[in-house]
Design a protein around this ligand. Structure first.
Ligand SMILES: *Cc1c(COP(=O)(O)O)cnc(C)c1O
Length: 355
């Protein structure tokens, strides 16, 4: 027998781990600077590590109260009610729940190109059809009513990413509002703020209060340094927030991940240090990289190197791992995650050498 026709599905290509690359190059993992997956260069918040350790002893029981506690905590933070917080296995899991709650088979979604691959993957898993709107270099990859709406044709979900991966561009609240206003009543605008902590702009969560057709995505993977734990959430309008109970996988976020998330939220110092260092690294790369860079509000910078694959390969041989953005449709660029000061300086030196 065979599974259903999966030919339209593209396998997600995760950046490779440090251990794997180190083995290939015959290097010690400690000698590598991994700046390819937008991970937190300082690791998880120490308090989160402690919480994971403490929760481990109860791992044989089904999750207890941590998800409730975390939903309450996040609801407080965003001035919404707990039912509006859809916890999931990473932001990706929350994208799945939104697609599951919205899409009928054959309904379409509209995604940015270049953009985050999982929007399309998730829609296809839910028997949806994927359309895209192009982001142009000439407009610095802007997502605006002028660049998005001409490509809108009644899709059920429109995805906006702010800050945008892999370019670092941002979406204004008035853009979100205009797009929500100009699209059909039954179209949901998802604003992906996976990198929101690194931006100075206000979250679109304020709009979730006023409208029933905007949802926001957030994650603990980036600024909070918990990518390996898999914890993210959507903030959805109160009007249909109860759909969560009907679409989520039982125990959508584990006790361990929720305890880690709660501890990470309490560790303000860790997030502040992460965000400050990312700001510094963005500026440093902008100033010192020989190749042209794009303004970024995230914890990464997109640089125009000519041949992204060749440059990423050459940098890797020097122990610096960056993301070749060919799979994003930008074969002439690489995306460099903001590292520690030391890691960022090293990456700049190596990239200037090989590019
Ligand atoms: C990293 C990322 C996410 C979510 O990642 P998770 O690890 O699943 O939380 C969502 N959107 C974008 C644009 C991202 O870069």
């Amino acid at each position: 027998m065979q599974p259903r026709d999966l030919s339209a599905h593209v396998a997600y290509e995760a950046g490779r781990g440090v251990e794997e690359v180190a083995r290939e190059l015959g290097l010690d993992p400690g000698e590598l600077v991994k700046l390819s997956s937008n991970e937190n260069p300082f690791g998880p918040a120490p308090a989160a590590v402690e919480a994971i350790r403490e929760t481990a002893a109860a791992a044989h029981t089904y999750p207890k109260s941590a998800a409730t506690d975390l939903r309450e905590r996040l609801a407080d933070e965003w001035a919404v009610v707990p039912s509006q917080i859809w916890l999931a296995n990473g932001g990706d899991g929350a994208l799945d729940y939104l697609a599951r709650a919205m899409l009928l088979p054959g309904e379409a979604v509209l995604v940015p190109a270049p953009g985050f691959a999982y929007y399309a993957m998730s829609a296809r898993y839910h028997h949806g059809v994927v359309e895209s709107y192009p982001l142009e270099k000439a407009d610095e990859f802007a997502q605006t009513p002028e660049t998005v709406l001409p490509h809108y044709d009644g899709e059920r979900i429109v995805y906006l990413t702010s800050p945008h991966n892999p370019t670092g561009s941002e979406v204004t609240l008035s853009t979100v509002e205009t797009i929500a206003e100009e699209t059909d009543e039954e179209t949901l605008v998802v604003v992906d703020e996976a990198y929101g902590e690194f931006s100075d702009r206000p979250s679109a969560t304020g709009l979730v209060e006023e409208r029933d057709d905007v949802a926001v995505l957030r994650t603990f993977s980036k600024a909070y340094g918990l990518a390996g734990v898999r914890l993210g959430y959507a903030i959805v309008p109160e009007a249909w927030a109860d759909a969560y109970a009907r679409v989520n996988t039982p125990f959508a976020a584990s006790e361990i991940s929720c305890r880690a998330g709660l501890a990470a939220l309490d560790d303000e110092h860790h997030v502040e240090r992460t965000v400050e260092t990312a700001r510094w690294a963005r500026e440093y790369m902008d100033e010192h990289l020989a190749c042209p860079t794009y303004d970024s509000a995230g914890n990464f910078v997109l640089c125009e190197v000519g041949d992204g694959t060749a440059v990423a390969e050459a940098a890797k041989r020097e122990g610096v791992i960056v993301r070749d953005t060919t799979s994003f449709g930008l074969p002439e660029c690489v995306r460099v995650t903001c590292g520690t000061r030391e890691g960022t300086r090293r990456a700049v030196e190596v990239l200037n050498d090989v590019a």
